[in-house]
Write a protein that binds this ligand. Sequence first.
Ligand SMILES: [Zn+2]
Ligand SMILES: [Zn+2]
Length: 143
Amino acid sequence: MSRTGSCLCGAVSFEVAKDIAETGACHCGMCRKWSGGVFLGVEVPGDQLSISGAENLTTYSSSPWAERSFCKTCGSSMWYRVTAPGPHHNAHHIGFGTFDTQDGVTLTGEIYIDKKPAGYTFAEKTHQMTEAEVMAMFGGAEG
Ligand SMILES: [Zn+2]
Ligand SMILES: [Zn+2]
C-alpha cells in the first residue's frame, strides 16, 4: 500500500511507494524554526517518492549537507532532504503532517532530545538521541 500526501493548498502532492509505520521527532532549533513547532519526519529514500507539482516548491539549503523544501504558495514544510554523499544521500524526511492520513503510524524516535524545550514532552516511549549522539552517528551537525 502506498501513502499519499500534499501541502495545505494542494499545489504540491506526493506518493510514497511503500506504506509507512514510523515517524521521528527532531528537536533541533533549525527544525523548530522551519516547521513552526516540533518537526515530525518520515524517512523515505528518494527513489520511493513521486512528486507532483515540484515547480511549486521552494528549496532552502539550510546546511552544506541538507536542504528543506516548502510550498511557495501556502508555506507547508514538505521535507528535509540529505544532499551530502554517503549512505543517507537523498533520504527525504517528509513532514508527517503532510500525509493525507496518519493512521497506523507510531512515534518511535526523537533526536536532539537535549535541545527540546523544557515545557513539553512526548508521552510515547521512543529511542532518544542527543545532539552529540546524532553527530557521532551521521558525522555532521544540526541542519
Ligand atoms: Zn501549498
Ligand atoms: Zn532538526
